[in-house]
Design a binder for this molecule. Structure first.
Ligand SMILES: C[S@@+](CC[C@H](N)C(=O)[O-])C[C@H]1O[C@@H](n2cnc3c(N)ncnc32)[C@H](O)[C@@H]1O
Length: 751
């Protein structure tokens, strides 16, 4: 926004009150005081009806307060008064552009350039208008003219970055955006350049630089939620984290946000914790000698105490399962010691201690009591439960309650009637998590709509598994800004021609096998104006989802209990079906897919996640071992197997990946889902190709886990048609077996 030159004539000479008002209007405008500028400008216009400068100020104030439509006639009137003023022409163009009228914007900006050929901003914004009109070549020429006049003009640099990105030249795009960021030193819009640059660098696989840029965007503009989410996205399962002490504070802030899934932050938090040499040494020593954990804890007590008190560590404990063997072994030992000490009936209670026990109980609930329990602890736990019910000292009883919550869900372990009155504030979160919320879920489960009782024997067995262990247990999720259905598909499948993009504005979406609602939350916050039905076999999972959706104020989802095999009983058809990690758990996945495809509208889309035979090689070998050793497919089998894997110094190489922080190893439901599932099918891409052809579905495209993999595929298969050819993806996968991980994610369409 550029104001015209000050009106002719100074303040000297005969006193002109109107001119004085005009100067005040301009001064207020330049100070960003829009309401004041508007008031002065209106006072001028009350005397001089068509004063172009006052109209220009008024238009500028309107534009800067989000009223670009209202600004247009004001600038037009100003331009009639001063037709040769390039700044007014520029403002008119910018108002048109912000109002989304790019053709008119381009006309006014060309006029500004005609009047002042060296007007760099006008060239740059003309580039913006052309870019919005899809006239990329003209946009590039306009940006380059702007840069010829002003070499570091940020708008032009960012525009060229966007063009390069669109053309697929991410390296060039990153160079332009880096230039824009540098040119914006000290200016508020630097945050936007950092955010765009960070996103691009992530796509390029340059995570440390990307994180530095995204971290800076958050620091420059902490009020923008999107920057926090981008940073969280960049940090997801990251083994690197931005340097500097300030990042600890950023991380703590991320942990407390309702729009960020803390689970994705765990690895970065561990990186930050390990920057302390004492913690690093402690965790390394235990990883190298898991059997020696008690000795190492005794030798490095100061580090253990420091770690347990660290705010980042405490945030981890109450927010997400901690995916680290050494941490798990420390917490398992700590829990044992606390229990045995308490069972000795000589507890010395300190407030700080109770806080730690509560955090430990929350961690254990989050990981669904996956830590190993020794027979000695089982005895002590029973004794503590029996004894504490008779203790008179409330403080001691509450401490016992917190300790019991480290081993058993409190709603199962104690009736509410057994609890003393007035819990201490330290227990609030724990009691909510383990007593109040499960009670709410039990109530919600009774009100669910049901299709009909589950008939299929495999579905029934799967149902039992997920009633016992709803998957996944989550606390907070990443949120996005919902976008028009068509635009989401265009972004996910950029190779689809416009004619193949869906035209429907308010899609009906089915989440088939929705689990505990995490996937449903993603669907709701992805597709604008979507009406969502979420179906699952497990009432416990649905109830968990119902509670969480309620917490987020989501009312556009209908949760339905039932089998995919009965999906026709829903009595409706959908524009989109999302189903991740479900169909491969059916006795006959092809039949499941057929039933789903029948409830898709013609031309409807499906986004599917199916297990990969290649990606799950480690799982297959673990399952062989589980059968050979006879582990039970329940929580005790899960615990035993995990402990064996964690302490086996000679774990076979193909099993080592199971212990990775991003593996489904760290909670009971995850691990049961990963290694002990009652029914599991795995596929190659060729098998999927055959299956979807038989069902009558067309393949539209894959979603590799990482952006750079897509670039690599494009480099090896330049023809656009390859993106839509599963056989090409299959050959690519043979060369790059790590591309998809355990689960293929891809898009289909019904003919
Ligand atoms: C691994 S979980 C995935 C949950 C969710 N899609 C996600 O990604 O978070 C599989 C879910 O599918 C559900 N499921 C499995 N077979 C099903 C069937 N035949 N009909 C409906 N739901 C099913 C299970 O109850 C379970 O909640």
């Amino acid at each position: 926004m550029v104001l015209s030159r000050p009106p002719p004539g100074g303040l000297g000479g005969a006193f002109d009150p109107t001119l004085q008002l005009l100067h005040q209007a301009v001064a207020a405008f330049n100070a960003g005081l829009w309401a004041e500028a508007e008031r002065f400008a209106r006072q001028v216009l009350a005397v001089r009806k068509n004063d172009p400068s006052a109209l220009n100020v008024l238009g500028g104030a309107a534009m800067n307060t989000g009223r670009s439509e209202a600004a247009v006639p004001l600038f037009e009137a100003a331009a009639r008064g001063q037709p040769r003023n390039p700044f007014i022409a520029f403002n008119l163009g910018e108002a048109h552009r912000r109002a989304g009228r790019f053709r008119e914007a381009a006309g006014a900006l060309r006029r500004a350039i005609q009047l002042k050929p060296d007007f760099a901003e006008a060239h740059a914004y003309l580039g913006e208008a052309y870019r919005a009109l899809g006239r990329s070549d003209e946009a590039e020429a306009a940006y380059r003219r702007a840069l010829a006049i002003q070499t570091q003009l940020p708008t032009a640099l960012m525009g060229l970055g966007a063009l390069a990105r669109k053309a697929g030249d991410l390296e060039l795009a990153a160079r332009f955006l880096g230039g824009a960021r540098d040119a914006l030193a000290g200016q508020p819009s630097r945050a936007r350049a950092c955010s765009q640059l960070g996103e691009l660098l992530l796509d390029l696989g340059q995570r440390p630089m990307a994180l530095a840029a995204l971290d800076e965007a958050v620091r420059l503009a902490p009020e923008v939620p999107g920057y926090w989410r981008q940073l969280a996205h960049g940090l997801r399962d990251s083994k690197v984290a931005p340097e500097g002490a300030v990042f600890r504070e950023t991380l703590l802030a991320l942990f407390s946000r309702p729009d960020v899934n803390p689970r994705g932050l765990a690895t970065a938090a561990l990186v930050v914790l390990r920057r302390d040499h004492g913690f690093d040494g402690l965790l390394d020593a235990i990883s190298a000698d898991p059997g020696g954990v008690d000795r190492i804890i005794a030798e490095r007590r100061a580090s253990v105490v420091g770690l347990l008190a660290d705010p980042v560590f405490r945030s981890l404990m109450v927010a997400t399962p901690i995916p680290d063997v050494a941490v798990e072994l420390i917490l398992t030992s700590l829990r044992r010691d606390l229990l045995l000490e308490a069972a000795d009936a000589s507890p010395t209670t300190g407030a700080e201690d109770l806080d730690l026990i509560c955090a430990l109980a929350q961690q254990c609930w989050l990981n669904e009591y996956v830590y190993l329990v020794t027979p000695e602890e089982e005895v002590a736990l029973e004794a503590l439960q029996a004894a504490s019910a008779h203790w008179d000292d409330d403080e001691m009883r509450w401490r016992a309650v917190a300790l019991i919550g480290c081993y058993l869900r409190l709603d199962h372990a104690l009736g509410a009637a057994n609890l003393p009155a007035d819990p201490p504030a330290l227990l609030t979160a724990l009691l909510r998590q383990q007593i109040t919320e499960p009670r709410v879920e039990r109530e919600l489960a009774t009100g669910l709509r049901s299709l009909r009782p589950v008939q299929d024997p495999t579905s029934r067995a799967v149902q039992v598994q997920y009633e016992e262990n709803p998957y996944p247990r989550w606390t907070r999720c990443g949120l996005g800004e919902p976008t028009a259905f068509r635009n989401v598909i265009a972004a996910a499948l950029p190779h689809l021609p416009a004619s193949e993009l869906p035209a429907v504005a308010s899609p009906r979406v089915l989440v088939a096998g929705c689990g505990t609602g995490l996937e449903t939350m993603r669907v709701v916050t992805t597709y604008q104006d979507a009406a969502v039905v979420a179906l699952d076999l497990s009432r416990a999972s649905l109830a968990y989802g119902a509670r969480k959706l309620g917490e987020y104020g989501i009312q556009t989802v209908e949760l339905v209990h039932g089998d995919i095999l009965d999906v026709a009983h829903l009595g409706e058809r959908f524009d989109l079906i999302e189903s991740f990690g479900v169909v491969h758990h059916m006795a006959d996945p092809e039949r499941g897919l057929t039933e789903l495809s029948k409830v898709l509208k013609p031309g409807g889309l499906m986004r599917l996640g199916l297990y990969s035979e290649l990606g799950r090689a480690g799982v297959v070998s673990a399952r062989g071992l589980i059968t050979a050793r006879g582990y039970d497919a329940d929580s005790s089998g899960v615990r035993q197997l995990r402990r064996e894997f964690m302490t086996d110094g000679n774990l076979a190489p193909d099993l080592q990946g199971l212990l990775s922080p991003v593996s489904d190893f760290w909670t009971t439901s995850d691990c049961r889902d990963l290694l002990f599932h009652v029914e599991e099918h795995r596929f190659s891409l060729l098998q999927i190709d055959d299956m979807i052809a038989r069902v009558g579905l067309t393949f539209l495209g894959m979603e590799p886990r990482h952006g750079p993999d897509l670039l690599r595929f494009r480099a090896e298969y330049p023809a656009v048609s390859s993106l839509r050819t599963l056989r090409d993806w299959h050959v690519f996968e043979q060369r790059h077996p790590e591309t998809f991980g355990e689960t293929y994610r891809f898009w289909l369409r019904r003919a």
